[in-house]
Design a protein around this ligand. Structure first.
Ligand code: BTN
Length: 266
């Protein structure tokens, strides 16, 4: 299927309710997340999907760059105006990664796992990630953009040397190429379903599914925060989407940001 907004809309037809009524596909943008904000400002409806063939300034979490070559991967953003309060902002990211991981598993049959909060991993290597950005005013999220990057058809040669040890693609994992357009529709459908659950405050269903798909819970982790490093066991996710960890002295801490490294058993 050719990667056009019309094709994607036709494929989705009536199967979505909150997401994907508007889909905009670009050849090249700096970042689909930035475009998502612009479109909401211009009056595009909540649920607008932005997709690009390539990004010139793809953004990752924690100020990193997201490698975004043409013709290979999926770069998409959901521009939304959620009704959740800022307190549940982390949960929006968890909801998104649950949707994407569920879609990836169904579409490829690859046992993709989630690493807290929003990495999608296969065999300890990253196949996708999510960057949520929000504009908060008082007790309201005015606008949010959930950016999804999936390494779809990159080969080993396409992956830059400096991230070869930590990055992979669906094609490398499965030994076959995948249609980016069909994968995009699968992700949009699944995002629509899980976003509705979030809007209906069905938080337990989301957290339970996150825990099911998680490669983090029960594992020893190293957490790098702005001011310290923590070694702990990841125990659960709380109602607001924070990671509950048990420290070596037996006390518990709740983590809502920071970079988590899974420590491998020796
Ligand atoms: C991460 O660091 O894991 C998050 C990566 C998010 C990348 C996606 S690609 C589409 C969207 N646009 C961006 O600039 N970033 C996100």
């Amino acid at each position: 299927m050719e990667f056009t907004a019309d094709n994607l809309k036709k494929e989705l037809s009536s199967k979505v309710s909150l997401i994907g009524k508007e889909i905009v596909v670009y050849d090249e943008v700096e970042s689909t997340n930035s475009i998502g904000y612009d479109l909401l400002k211009q009056g595009y409806p909540s649920g607008t999907v932005v997709i690009a063939d390539r990004q010139t300034k793809g953004k990752g979490r924690l100020g990193r760059t997201w490698i975004s070559p043409s013709g290979k991967n999926l770069y998409m953003s959901f521009a939304i105006k959620p009704s959740i309060t800022p307190k549940y902002a982390t949960l929006l990211t968890l909801t998104s990664v649950v949707a994407c991981t569920t879609a990836l598993r169904r579409f490829t049959d690859i046992p993709v796992l989630i690493k807290w909060p929003n990495d999608m991993l296969v065999d300890h290597k990253k196949v996708g990630g999510i960057l949520s950005e929000m504009k908060i005013e008082g007790e309201k999220i005015k606008a949010a953009v959930v950016g999804v990057g999936i390494n779809v058809n990159m080969t080993e040669e396409d992956i830059p040397e400096e991230i070869k040890d930590i990055a992979t693609s669906l094609r490398i994992c499965k030994g076959e190429e995948f249609s980016r357009a069909l994968l995009a529709t699968e992700i949009i459908r699944e995002f629509d379903k899980w976003y509705q659950l979030l809007e209906k405050k069905n938080r337990k269903t989301i957290i339970d599914r996150w825990m099911q798909l998680s490669g983090t819970i029960g594992r020893q982790v190293k957490i790098v925060l702005a001011d310290k490093e923590i070694f702990a066991t990841a125990e659960a996710i709380d109602e607001e989407g924070r990671l509950i960890v048990k420290l070596q002295d037996g006390t518990y801490e709740k983590i809502c940001a920071g970079d988590v490294t899974l420590l491998r058993a020796k």
